[in-house]
Ligand binder design. Structure first.
Ligand code: SF4
Length: 705
């Protein structure tokens, strides 16, 4: 590690995955700059990325293992802590079976950490009870891709957003949540002002400032809107018959389902509460424009019909053959830095490594043969919300939480608190000494953070980039993969003698190309990346996988066994919980521009707090009058699940009947401002993704009793 030599690494925040150059200066300060050679950002960084150097001090860092003794967390050696974890898990498995233990991990993990965690649980413990906080942000996109394409894979790339003649952003405040991508769109519109930008979002967000059209859709009605578009495309004769006939199946059924409620645009506009003329103008523009990218994010995914929303969008692209070609296609914007890498190693409870299926015996056999593992999980595990309910019910008796703060981020977060309070063994691996979840740990394990650890991440366009260390390990902190390997070895499991992230990546890449005699060829794998030696891995430049494939499906060949894509019928359905007299408002949640998740990192950079300094409740001035709350004063929001307190603001972008609260604040960094406690724990029946965008609530003045 030479001072003043820039180290190329990757931003640890959003799924754009910008390249960063970090330089350690002689005075110890870290200079952060965008990596001009990284294709995601070409040297640019947003405010959060630029402030990374301010987040690296050791204040509030967890630096030593701790073990709870007589109810009190006490400093311990690694040997004592690891023995406690391995012994505790072994004893619970012996008494109650493998499904009595669980891991709950994170899209913050590097691919190598994720791979080892999944190998440990699925191939050695023998349970698929390993889920991830990525369940909360993109699992509906995963499920939608699998239904439509036969595999969870993103067909396009960032460049498509620049080549398109029309970009439709659905449920995405791209300007704040994927800022560099938004800057790329903004810049291209300077040279191609004819390029249209449509934003479909209940709120008038910063993203709308650049939009030609904003459709402020009623929360939860996106499926009506896109089913209506499919009907319009059929009515106007814009269906690409050749593509549909040769490369897809199921259009008639999808159209039949759409026609039930959505054939009349005026009726759709009424249901979606948008202007009928504006809706029709959007339908006409979509029909008339070949190069369209429809990019979607949490506003689509975080819904009790999230998977159907995704498929209703994909249906429109399949119907017009607009997929896998420059400047066109559906495009999932992932929230976290490595949600995509996690998916590649089977990071969700219902997946196996290498995009294989847990409920496919052939796939299970392939992975078990490759791992030479003693026992394989034979059924999907518990998804995040189910997992914490199983803990509270006493079915899961040990949970190891790695790099995430579920006491803040989960819906019905008070339920998570109850679950952890009841759990026999709670292990928490984290960089932070003060997270809300840590308070429930029986064992606390200090992890390496950004700048200290090595590995890879994959961004929203399937681009694998290196995260590289440029700082020494602080205190006793260790890499998560290393800790997982040490626990696995102490439990008597072979196959965890990895000595470096490169060795793990190598195994992961080889698994993606391995198949047993009976398994048919997979369309996509890491061929070309499966023989990297240490020096090649160290020097690995950002690159998309499959190697050399900028876009996928352009040849009309999909991953279903018959090679055809599937239209999915998406009969629309309303969000599970409707507002009523007791809870008359709809709570929507999301990010603010300059904070990340539960602020364990961004909270350290003073300049990032200059944008939004505290939690807030954004509501319409007339609703404030109606419910007797005032701008600038504290108010209490409550639902059937919990309550929170924050200051009332009138941001100007919220429609009547709705409130918006950011997700970042918690009991650890504020007071009673944990919006997760208020959010309903309803999930999408296919993906298991929670409905963060639609909880019935009421608002009232906050009074200190
Ligand atoms: Fe980091 Fe995302 Fe900003 Fe890029 S856009 S610098 S990845 S937070």
């Amino acid at each position: 590690m030479t001072s003043c030599t820039p180290v190329k690494t990757t931003c640890p925040y959003c799924g754009v995955g910008c390249g960063v150059e970090a330089t350690r200066l002689p005075d110890g300060a870290i200079r952060i700059a965008g990596d001009a050679a990284h294709p995601a950002n070409l040297g640019r960084l947003c405010v959060k990325g630029s402030a990374l150097g301010d987040t690296l001090d050791l204040d509030n860092r967890l630096l030593q293992p701790q073990v709870r003794v007589d109810g009190v967390l006490q400093r311990a050696s690694w040997d004592v802590a690891l023995d406690k974890v391995a012994g505790g898990l072994r004893a619970i498995i012996a008494e109650h079976g493998p499904d009595a233990v669980a891991l709950y991990v994170s899209g913050q993990l590097l691919t190598e950490d994720y791979y080892v965690a999944n190998k440990f649980m699925k191939g050695y413990v023998g349970s698929a009870n390993i889920d991830t906080n990525s369940r909360l942000c993109m699992s509906s996109a995963v499920a939608g891709h699998k239904r439509a394409f036969g595999e969870d894979i993103v067909p396009g790339c960032y460049e498509d957003l620049e080549l398109a003649d029309m970009v439709v952003l659905v449920g995405s405040n791209t300007a704040w949540c994927h800022p560099i991508l938004f800057q790329r769109i903004a810049r291209i519109r300077e040279t191609r002002p004819e390029m249209k930008l449509v934003v479909i979002d209940p709120r008038r967000t910063a993203t709308c400032e650049l939009a030609d059209v904003h459709l402020p859709v009623k929360p939860g009605t996106d499926v009506w809107l896109f089913n209506g578009l499919l009907c319009h495309l059929a009515r106007e004769g814009v269906i690409d018959d050749a593509f549909v006939t040769q490369h897809s199946a199921g259009l008639d059924a999808a159209l039949a389902a759409a026609h039930v409620d959505c054939s009349d645009p005026v009726q759709v506009a009424k249901i979606c509460k948008v202007d009928p003329q504006a809706l029709l103008a959007f339908y006409r523009a979509f029909a008339a424009t070949r190069k369209v990218v429809t990019a979607f994010s949490q506003g689509v995914n975080q819904s009790s019909s999230g998977t159907d929303k995704v498929n209703s969008i994909i249906n429109c692209h399949l119907a017009t053959g607009r997929i896998g070609q420059p400047g066109m296609g559906p495009f999932s914007l992932t929230g976290q830095p490595n949600a995509m890498g996690g998916r590649e190693v089977g990071g969700l409870a219902n997946m196996l490594a290498a995009h294989l299926e847990l409920d496919n015996p052939l796939h299970r056999d392939t992975v078990q043969t490759f791992w030479d593992s003693p026992r394989m999980a034979h059924k999907p595990g518990l998804k995040a919300v189910e997992l914490f309910h199983a803990i509270e019910a006493g079915k899961v008796k040990a949970v190891w939480i790695i790099a995430t703060n579920p006491l803040v981020s989960m819906p019905d977060a008070d339920q998570v608190r109850r679950a952890l309070a009841k759990c026999e063994l709670v292990v928490v691996s984290d960089i932070s000494a003060g997270s809300d979840t840590n308070a429930h740990a029986d064992v606390l394990l200090p992890a390496l953070g950004w700048g200290e650890k090595d590995g890879t991440v994959t961004n929203s366009e399937r681009r694998i980039s290196r995260q590289r260390a440029f700082l020494p390990a602080p205190g006793a902190a260790r890499a998560d993969w290393q800790v997982l390997c040490e626990v696995a070895t102490r439990m008597g499991y072979a196959g965890f003698d990895f000595t470096s992230p490169q060795a793990i990546f190598d195994e992961h890449a080889r698994l993606s190309t391995f198949r047993n005699a009976a398994e048919t060829a997979r369309l996509f794998n890491l061929a070309g990346l499966d023989k990297l030696d240490a020096a090649q891995y160290d020097a690995l430049a950002p690159q998309q996988w499959p190697q050399g494939r900028v876009r996928l499906f352009g040849d009309g060949r999909f991953a279903h066994a018959d090679g055809r894509a599937r239209f999915v019928p998406t009969p629309p359905r309303a969000p599970r919980n409707a507002p009523d007299a007791e809870y008359p408002l709809i709570l929507n949640t999301g990010r603010v521009r300059d904070q990340w998740h539960t602020m364990t990192r961004t909270g350290k950079a003073a300049k990032l707090s200059g944008h939004v300094a505290e939690a807030f409740i954004d509501l319409h001035p007339q609703d404030a009058l109606l419910y007797s709350v005032r701008e600038g004063e504290l108010a209490r929001i409550s639902s059937a699940w919990g309550a929170m307190v924050a200051r009332v603001v009138h941001g100007g972008g919220i429609a009547r009947g709705q409130v918006f609260v950011p997700i970042h604040w918690s009991d650890a960094n504020a007071s009673d401002a944990r919006v997760g406690a208020v959010v309903n724990p309803v999930v999408d029946p296919v993906s298991g993704e929670p409905e963060f965008k639609h909880t019935p609530v009421r608002i009232e003045q906050f009074r200190v009793h």
